[in-house]
Design a protein around this ligand. Structure first.
Ligand SMILES: C[S@@+](CC[C@H](N)C(=O)[O-])C[C@H]1O[C@@H](n2cnc3c(N)ncnc32)[C@H](O)[C@@H]1O
Length: 306
């Protein structure tokens, strides 16, 4: 740290280095160094035209809670990112808009990010993760519902339709929803022959599900991505209003600590906040368990609508 401070005291301007150190310092909690460097970069006219430098400054400012000041860097980074998909996605995480972010994420040619393409079904990591998730779900469904088949199920945030075959074995009819039209296209292609299934492009913070209609509302790591707490609440309400009385809400979400909002595309709600919200909407927690194979605080929470 001394060496950095000594270097910074010299009157030498090095934008790339300053941007890197500003971000690293913010992440390590050395906020004064970060603020000093960002102030020096801010003074330059015109603002950097290097997409990486702009991204690092923007991220540091977002982490410092200075969203408004980050705006200029985000715009600059977007302008200069060209067709660099990885960087564009990173920038979109800072400037999180659900529809735009997921559309971009599913449209990326980087198959390993979200391996959703029909021809990528052979992807080993994707296959293994899906197998593990289905085994976990089978265990929970068995415990809670035995061999029950639900008349009508909603899969909210279905993504590529990875879990559609599993849910189809548990339902007579299945309605799958996702904010990204591209994801819905994949989900449809990945599940071509499922009678009673519909796939619908809908952002569930804006589009109301059918009221009092579902026997089970299922969401596997979708609402966790509604980072805005107000919109998160709207999606939650939407789920509950669409359930019949005595029907179940089934959530599997990566939970936070209610404080840290440093990941732009993640909500920070803790399990307690999920439970409190469900309770305020007339639902009781009947089951909770850590998701098998996850070390990221992903919890399965099942609620009963009173
Ligand atoms: C991590 S993916 C999970 C996909 C799928 N459930 C699975 O397990 O493979 C999260 C999904 O939630 C969707 N999503 C996020 N917010 C949403 C919203 N407000 N309305 C509908 N879908 C949403 C995203 O588009 C994305 O496909």
């Amino acid at each position: 740290m001394r060496a950095i401070e000594k270097f910074l005291s010299l009157d030498r301007y090095n934008e790339a280095l300053f941007a890197r150190i500003a971000l690293a310092s913010t992440e390590m909690g050395n906020l004064n160094i970060a603020r000093d460097l960002l102030a020096r970069i801010d003074q330059r006219e015109p603002l950097t035209d290097n997409a990486y430098n702009a991204f690092r400054c923007a991220k540091a400012l977002v982490l410092l809670g200075e969203r408004a000041r980050a705006r200029a860097y985000i715009d600059q980074a977007k302008k200069n990112a060209g067709d660099n998909e990885n960087l564009r996605l990173e920038i979109a995480t800072l400037d999180y808009d659900i529809d735009e972010y997921w559309e971009m994420r599913y449209n990326t040619s980087q198959g390993e990010r979200t391996p959703v393409r029909v021809e990528d079904q052979s992807d080993e990591a994707y296959r293994q993760r899906t197998e593990l998730d289905c085994r976990f779900l089978e265990m929970v469904f068995d415990k809670l519902f035995g061999k029950a088949i639900f008349a009508l199920v909603a899969d909210c945030g279905c993504g590529s339709g990875r879990l559609t075959p599993f849910l189809a074995t548990k339902s007579e009819a299945l309605h799958s929803y996702d904010a990204s039209p591209t994801a819905i296209e994949f989900a449809r292609k990945n599940n071509p022959t499922l009678p009673g299934s519909t796939f619908n492009a809908a952002n569930l913070s804006k589009v109301a599900l059918l009221p009092n209609s579902y026997d089970l509302v299922f969401d596997f790591t979708a609402i966790q991505h509604v980072s805005d707490p107000v919109l998160w609440g709207k999606v939650f309400e939407n789920y509950v209003q669409s359930l019949k009385s005595q029907a179940h809400l089934f959530l599997v979400e990566s939970c936070g600590d209610d404080i840290d909002r440093s990941e732009g595309h993640m909500n920070s709600a803790s399990p307690e906040t999920y439970i409190r919200m469900a309770k305020s909407l007339g639902c009781t927690l009947i089951y909770s368990e850590a998701r098998t194979g996850s070390d990221d605080g992903t919890v399965c929470m099942v609620f009963l609508k009173n």
